[in-house]
Write a new protein. Structure first.
Length: 374
């Protein structure tokens, strides 16, 4: 007897075509999605068969650069004040990414209340909107929630490691503790309100469009890659905070985005879970990172024989009173690897790729920084 192809579980080319034609994409809203990570994720998902993506933010400079002036869905809102607009946007989407955050160690020390307001109080608005409209939340936490390693050589585990920070007077920990409290609130909503969620904890993400190109040594203090690269391009010393003894791992933003897609594609396995996302093989001491970046710069980009000096500065002098650091931040990534993901880009390739992009786009990135400060 002849067998109906669909009844037998065999799909004809025609049936596959009609399935794709009438497939309803899940709508993703990235709150704070116009920054470094959001711009890369949005660009990756722009041509997805399964998802559509929009961004809600107060500025769009990085999106314009990443999309090379091709169209993208952008909503100009300030989540600190545009409560009704935020609620309406959340209601109109299926999955909400919360990327809104202030991530700069100098800012933690110099303006801790602004850090707390955005990370905790404004972040709570995103959670509440997801609860109200029963939407899935993918929340960006941070590796900083783990706090100090306290001499342990064990990698930080999402479900086992304690979260230990410093004394209250050290404002440096306000970022860590507000982020940690938000994680706990999300878990509480999962239990009491039925919120569907996934929490991700990235470990030192690097790639094109990270931070901005500094126009001088006092132009803020972005993350360590951007600080070192700006110093190299400006012919200034690379200053090692407290001698650069701290150990960090670095992950390329493309690897991070692929991890996020693995989470999206595995909702049953990822709901209610926390995932570390990092590249343990890319661990390096900050002092060695400075030397490696200087060598790469000299071999590929330097326009003179002058090499930037590497000098040591006191952490309190560099960041301000209230600074404290953790000696090591190493992730256990067994959980995210269980979704079929593994990091692929190793440290030297990661640095060369990001340094080359920054060098070739230095004038545009400098202008972006100046536009953002207006």
């Amino acid at each position: 007897m002849a067998c109906n192809l669909l009844m037998c579980g065999v799909k004809s080319k025609t049936s596959v075509y009609f399935e794709r034609a009438f497939m309803v994409k899940q709508k993703i809203l990235c709150v704070g999605g116009a920054g470094f990570i959001g711009s890369h994720m949005s660009h990756k998902l722009a041509n997805s068969d399964n998802y559509s993506v929009a961004q809600a933010d107060i500025w769009s400079a990085k999106l314009k650069i990443r999309f090379e002036n091709k169209p993208f869905a952008f909503h100009h809102i300030d989540i600190s004040s545009d409560d009704d607009e935020l609620s309406a946007l959340v209601a109109d989407h299926d999955i909400i990414f919360n990327l809104a955050s202030k991530a700069s160690p100098r800012l933690y020390v110099q303006d801790p209340l602004a850090v707390a307001k955005l990370n905790l109080f404004d972040g709570s608005k995103v959670i509440d909107a997801c609860v109200k409209h029963r939407k899935k939340l993918v929340h960006f936490s941070t590796s900083e929630v783990y706090g100090k390693a306290l001499g342990s050589t064990e990698p930080f585990s999402e479900d086992l490691s304690n979260c230990v920070t410093g004394p209250i007077r050290n404002h440096r920990w306000i970022y860590s503790t507000t982020k940690q409290l938000l994680d706990r609130m999300i878990f509480a909503h999962g239990r009491q309100s039925g919120l569907k969620f996934t929490i991700v904890r990235p470990f030192n993400v690097v790639g094109p469009l990270i931070d901005h190109v500094m126009v001088g040594p006092d132009d803020g203090a972005p993350r360590v890659f951007s600080y070192f690269m700006s110093a190299l391009m400006n012919g200034e010393p690379l200053r090692l905070v407290d001698g650069g003894k701290a150990l960090r791992t670095f992950i390329h933003v493309d690897d991070l985005v692929n991890a996020l897609i693995a989470i999206l594609d595995n909702p049953a396995k990822s709901n209610g879970e926390i995932f570390n996302i990092g590249t343990p093989q890319n661990e390096i001491r900050i002092a060695d990172l400075a030397t490696l970046m200087r060598d790469i710069f000299a071999a590929n980009f330097e326009m003179s024989s002058v090499r930037s000096d590497i000098v040591t500065v006191d952490g309190q002098e560099f960041y301000g009173e209230g600074f404290e650091d953790t000696e090591r931040r190493m992730p256990n990534i067994d959980k995210i690897k269980g979704l079929g993901w593994t990091p692929r880009i190793m440290l030297k390739d990661l640095l060369e790729d990001t340094m080359r992009y920054t060098w070739e786009n230095r004038h545009r990135l400098t202008q972006e920084a100046m536009d953002a400060m207006e």
